[in-house]
Ligand binder design. Structure first.
Ligand code: 5AD
Length: 351
């Protein structure tokens, strides 16, 4: 079996594509001797060819935890009455950008709960203000599902990139993770619209979410292969005590790392974060992600007093190297994983 896995990794590196069944075989071999290490080594080589040994930094501003959705896995779901809600004012958001700019950051990511505090007009005004105040910066939005016209207005207002994890590429699994008010088909429609509008678009999923199987993860890989996102955010599922999945075990760090390597082989130029969830799961998780082929980190740039309220899962890190105020620690940790930290905009490069 192990030899087959090595061959499949070579094939993926060469063809950037595998049949669905081979993705499933490969995923199931992730803990066989030497397999993940081999994929990581090839992944580092691909990253080096496209970007050099560079990890880009994005300042993450969690603008609001008010959410109209009720995703069963998420700590800021509407039904969590224990969540203390907040929404930053426009000025507070601009102040975060200003602080990030002074720290040297050149990409800001605005992330927040859905259908809550911000109208489309307000998001557009903010996007415009940020892009005109910080002309040499990129702006990423991660604010959930909207209609085409809303995304179009955000793009015209100046937003460059949009992150919307697909969460799972399997419709039945999507229905297990989300209430009936949310639909897989609308999520896919959003992702198509974002691409069509010319955003640098990002999808992604949790690893080890309830009900996920290796076959479903294979479907995720096939979807990502075909969607060809400019960015892809994957991280382990981590339970949150105030959700229906409170008792479900967290996802595996080593499987997440292996998937990062496969994504790097599939799309050598994809911008691939070593996510906060990876760093939160285990000490050294972020570094393992970088060693597996990740090339982005997104430290927290939100007002420190509010950070713990953006609790998507238990023990989510927002201090130390996860805090934008500690770029020196982050630089050292990235260096320990063999890469150099870059504060440049770090746009997606064509192959
Ligand atoms: N564990 C890990 N990731 C989570 N997210 C939400 N809840 C959790 C959790 N319990 C992820 C989702 C979402 C992103 C903002 O955070 O994938 O898209």
């Amino acid at each position: 079996m192990a030899q087959e896995a090595f061959d499949l990794i070579d094939l993926l590196a060469r063809e950037r594509s595998l049949p669905l069944i081979d993705y499933a075989r490969l995923i199931s071999s992730f803990d066989e001797a030497g397999v993940a290490e081999y994929a990581a080594e090839l992944a580092r080589g691909k990253r080096r060819e496209v970007y050099g040994d560079i990890v880009f930094v994005r300042g993450l501003i969690e603008i609001s935890n008010i959410c109209g959705n009720d995703c069963y896995y998420c700590g800021i779901r509407k039904s969590n009455a224990h969540c203390q809600r907040y929404a930053l004012s426009d000025q507070e958001i601009l102040d975060c950008c200003q602080e990030g700019y002074q720290l040297g950051l050149r990409t800001f990511v605005l992330q927040g709960g859905e259908s809550g505090a911000y109208s489309v007009e307000r998001i557009c005004r903010l996007a415009h203000d940020i892009k005109t105040s910080f002309v040499d910066c990129s702006l990423t939005l991660s604010l959930g599902e909207y209609h085409y016209a809303a995304y179009q207005a955000m793009k015209q207002a100046g937003a460059d990139r949009y992150l919307l994890r697909h969460e799972t590429a399997n419709a039945a699994h999507y229905a297990l993770l989300h209430p009936g008010s949310m639909s897989f088909s609308n999520r896919m429609r959003c992702l198509r619209d974002l691409k069509a509008l010319g955003f640098q678009a990002g999808c992604g999923m949790m690893v080890g979410s309830p009900g996920q199987t290796h076959d479903i993860l294979a479907e995720d890989l096939k979807f990502i292969e075909e969607y060809a996102p400019e960015m892809c955010g994957i991280g382990p599922f981590i339970p949150h005590s105030q959700t229906p999945f409170a008792q479900h075990p967290a996802g595996s760090l080593s499987l997440t790392a292996f998937l990062l390597s496969l994504l790097r082989l599939m799309h050598p130029n994809v911008l691939l974060p070593a996510t906060t969830a990876l760093g939160s799961l285990e000490e050294g998780g972020r570094e393992k992600g970088i060693l597996s082929g990740a090339n982005v980190v997104m430290p927290n740039l939100s007002p420190p007093a509010l950070r713990e309220r953006y609790s998507l899962y238990n023990n989510k890190l927002s201090s130390g190297a996860e805090s934008a105020q500690n770029l020196e620690e982050l630089r050292q940790r990235i260096a320990s994983a063999g890469c150099a930290m870059s504060l440049k905009k770090g746009d997606h490069l064509p192959l």
